[in-house]
Design a protein. Sequence first.
Length: 120
Amino acid sequence: MDQKDTEYFRKLLNSMLEEAKQKGDSTIQDMTVNNEIFADPADRATAESDRSFTLRIRDRELHLIKKIQAALQRIDEGTYGVCEECGEDISISRLKARPVTRLCIKCKENQEMNEKHRRI
């Protein structure tokens, strides 16, 4: 991967990181503002369900933030765009589709096949 591509992905990942952090902050603000008291148990159950859903979204955002930070670290180390499984270069088109990926498409397909066989 050349320097131009590396800088493109660094900017893209930093943008993704900032967006994920902003979403996380707004999620926390939404949850702290919504401290209502419900007379109807059904309304309370709905509110708790919504809160649980929001927490799951927040957890996914935190997971994505960790992946983005790891990808940025790989850029700093010079290993970004190299498959962690086989050591081959990951295609630019795959990195554009999934900038946080650590595996080339072939190794990812193999991983998914192995996971599928373990579930059967």
